[in-house]
Design a protein around this ligand. Structure first.
Ligand code: COA
Length: 535
């Protein structure tokens, strides 16, 4: 396959400015991740350790095979959403290898508000389950949770996608033969107790783990019965008397060893169904991406140069290079895994949408996964575009993308605005995973466009009512919209709300994609039936 060439300047003022701005973005990402990794306040962590327990990340490290990666999902969920609560949403979720088998691990963070579930905790837990379900990964839930965070009731209790969905998903996955395993590491109340209760197999720790529908205080309030934690729901009682739990462990380390044995006895490990070529580094230095991504979002990035620094050997078998060239389509490998790539390099025209439709069809016929590299301000607008049927052609692209049952991944490398975001496999189209680079921005439209649109609507109202407004009033009206749209578009706003799975350093892209593709290669092949492609 022919290697791409590079014409990018990798020195000079513009390159250096971009590089410095990007280095600061990556440092900021690292700071946010470090805050999330720490867990709860010092006092709560010290108390947890005094109780002789491992912190959740220590539990996960002990559970994983030595050297296993841990592909963390929604690490920055909830960042800044709740006062005094660190990023992470009181739970840690991610995929790693246990006894040779990839598993989804979901671990409560007991040092953050007793491991209770906020609305965002539920969303993050459910998202981890959906990924596990799609990839048929056993779920290991490391439970130590006070259940619902009571003041956040509206976001936890009544609706689909909240706490109840966690149980529903567990039951349905179990019914499809996707193993559900729980380790009860500490007191687990109400919802925290049901999670292990609806698992296939459950481990509990003596004098440490406990599970009950209502804790001692609630029992006293309801019935005046005075009973301690151990008698009410301790490991001895549940393993010998109620039979709710299946294995009694002596401490965290013992419980984790039993869990590794359970995973070792889950039967055959699904084999990799794709042929994986040996990994080759790109011809051009990946570090140069920092200097090539435009620091000013209004100046477009040449994404052909970015692509050349992401794919093996910089080899890209381009499809229709001379047609609709603001969307690059073609085949490549990332760390040996074959992938069909759609990569924006400008606005989406009708030709781009037609080319995308054709290319997606090819990938589905050949069973090749799709990577959408998004950097787009939207579809072309205006009379000429409408007369050319851009709505119909955009609909074809959306139909093909939404119908495609091969694994799909979305990587937002720059802008992701409006229908362009959606057509490039936005979150609503259920990509297997969605990643954003720290510079990525996504919204219905740009801040200036949104402010202008709303001001123009207001202009019409003034006209209708025979009133007017001064220029400074108009500007004062537009400023907050601009600010709100600017803040909304930030990648960390997406991460905070679990609208994306992870914010990654561009240099992590190849590794993350390889892990994801390895998991996708172990799930059963799916057949694609396209919806009606309007002609
Ligand atoms: N809702 C909201 N906040 C809760 C909570 C709940 N259900 N349970 C605990 N918290 C908060 C505490 O107020 C405390 O907040 P602070 O850090 O601001 O002081 C923090 O979580 C830690 O609680 P604490 O009791 O000090 O920690 P612990 O490790 O000793 O015990 C629990 C943790 C979960 C065992 C214990 O707090 C508990 O039993 N909570 C009640 C659980 C319950 O009845 N849930 C019913 C859900 S339907």
């Amino acid at each position: 396959m022919a290697a791409m060439t590079s014409e990018a300047l990798t020195s000079g003022t513009e390159y250096e400015t971009n590089r410095l701005v990007y280095a600061e973005r990556v440092a900021d990402l690292r700071r946010r991740r470090a805050a999330a990794s720490l867990g709860g306040p010092e006092r709560a962590r010290a108390l947890h350790k005094e109780r002789g327990q491992l912190l959740p990340r220590e539990r996960i490290a002990a559970l994983l095979d030595p050297g296993s990666p841990f592909l963390e999902f929604c690490q920055l969920a909830g960042e800044g959403l709740y006062e005094g609560v660190p990023p992470g949403g009181s739970i840690v979720t991610g995929v790693g290898i246990i006894s040779g088998r990839p598993c989804m691990i979901i671990a409560n963070e007991p040092t953050v508000k007793g491991g209770t579930y906020y609305g965002i905790t539920c969303k993050k837990h459910v998202r981890a389950q959906r990924f596990a379900w799609q990839h048929r990964l056993p779920c290991i839930t490391m439970v130590q949770s006070g259940g619902a965070n009571l003041p956040d009731q509206p976001n936890i209790f009544p609706d689909e996608g909240q706490f109840g969905s966690i149980f529903f998903n567990q039951v349905r996955m179990s019914s499809e033969g996707i193993p559900q395993i729980a380790v009860v590491h500490g007191p687990s109340t109400a919802g925290g107790a049901y999670i292990p209760a609806v698992c296939d197999e459950t481990v509990i720790i003596r004098n440490q783990g406990a599970m009950f529908l209502g804790g001692p205080q609630l029992v006293y309030a309801a019935t005046r019965e005075q009973v301690g934690i151990e008698a009410l729901g301790g490991g001895e009682m549940h393993s010998r008397v109620s039979g709710v739990t299946d294995h009694l462990a002596e401490n965290d380390a013992h419980a984790i060893a039993i869990t590794r044995d359970i995973v070792a006895n889950l039967g055959e490990i699904p084999p990799q169904r794709w042929t994986v070529a040996p990994t080759r580094e790109p011809l051009f230095d990946q570090n140069e991406i920092y200097g090539l991504v435009s620091a000013d979002p209004r100046i477009p990035t040449n994404n052909r140069e970015i692509l050349a620094r992401l794919v093996d050997g910089s080899e890209f078998h381009e499809f229709k290079p001379l047609y609709g060239d603001t969307l690059l389509t073609g085949f490549a490998r990332i760390m040996g895994f074959e992938i069909g790539i759609l990569c924006n390099n400008g606005v989406l025209f009708s030709e781009c949408a037609l080319k995308a439709t054709h290319f997606i069809d090819l990938c589905c016929k050949r069973n090749i996964p799709l990577l959408f590299m998004t950097d787009v301000t939207g579809f072309m607008v205006g009379r000429e575009a409408e007369e050319g049927g851009i709505t119909k052609d955009g609909a074809k692209m959306i139909t093909a993308m939404a119908s495609a049952s091969v694994p799909k991944y979305t990587l937002i490398t720059g802008n992701a605005y409006g229908a362009g975001y959606l057509a490039m496999c936005g979150r609503a189209f259920r990509p297997n995973a969605m990643m954003m680079w720290p510079n990525a921005r996504s919204a219905i439209m740009g801040p200036d466009q949104a402010a202008t649109t709303l001001a123009m609507v207001r202009d019409e109202v003034h006209k209708r009512e025979g009133t007017s407004w001064a220029d400074d009033e108009r500007e004062a009206y537009m400023a907050p919209t601009r600010r709100t749209f600017e803040e909304f578009a930030n990648a960390y706003n997406f991460a905070r709300n679990t609208w994306c799975d992870m914010v990654i350093d561009p240099l992590e892209t190849r590794g993350v994609m390889a892990l994801l593709l390895d998991l996708a290669g172990r799930m059963p092949q799916q057949h694609t039936d396209f919806g009606v492609l309007r002609m």
